[in-house]
Ligand binder design. Sequence first.
Ligand SMILES: Nc1ncnc2c1ncn2[C@@H]1O[C@H](COP(=O)(O)OP(=O)(O)OP(=O)(O)O)[C@@H](O)[C@H]1O
Length: 250
Amino acid sequence: MMGNNREVKVEVKNLTKKFDDLLVLNDISFNIRKGEFVCVVGPTGCGKTTFLNLLTKLIEPTSGELLIDGEPADPKKHNLAFVFQEPSAFQWLTVEENLAFGLKIKKLPPDEIKRRVDNMLELLGLTKFRNAYPSQLSVSSEQRIIIGRAFVMNPDLLLMDEPYGQMDIKLRYYLEDEVIRLWKETGSTVVFITHNIEEAVYLAEKVLILTNKPATIKEEIEVELPRPRDFTDPAFIQLRTHITDQIKWW
Ligand SMILES: Nc1ncnc2c1ncn2[C@@H]1O[C@H](COP(=O)(O)OP(=O)(O)OP(=O)(O)O)[C@@H](O)[C@H]1O
């Protein structure tokens, strides 16, 4: 579909992380292409969150490096956006103010902020509700604000950590489609961490399977199924089953 010849956006080289003598990540290397949607899956406690914290520079690696556009990742220089577990909108801000929040922190010019926010309101179908507060909207609209708040940043890298872990299944399907739509519209590069293998196969262009701790990359799988993907398609099920088998380590 999108071809494999896109330029490399993120390079992870020999990334290793120890907490004292607990080895959590062991020599992880891979590339993420510009505009790629990568899902990371692995057994519980294998180090997925540690891996994300390294990407965001919340913690420093023991060794190895992380390059964005060929330069060492630097939150001051690169634009990283996050959606963490059980995210919520800022309840004291309107929809429009929620979307503008990060752009104001970045000190973008007001006309640029307005242009981006207007565009995102349109994409989300929330233009009519720009002056509403999240509590006045449905749960699904609130979740769309959160997704929009991340994509509106035009991030170099958008990191999502189990954002839909606790949600009911219908809402999750709906939000997964929304993420795919915004990802396509904005061309963002996304790393999405999940325990849910079905979700990974539904979303990803590439799935990285981590091994049990200390985590290494067990397999890198390009998912070439057409979109919108169908959970009941035999090719979908086959891939889901394969990944499930790869994650079993006992
Ligand atoms: N700051 C820390 N100090 C010491 N050990 C840590 C620290 N952070 C994480 N660990 C350990 O590193 C391992 C990986 O943790 P991490 O939270 O990254 O895994 P995970 O794959 O995200 O887990 P889960 O599947 O439960 O979301 C665990 O054994 C954890 O106890």
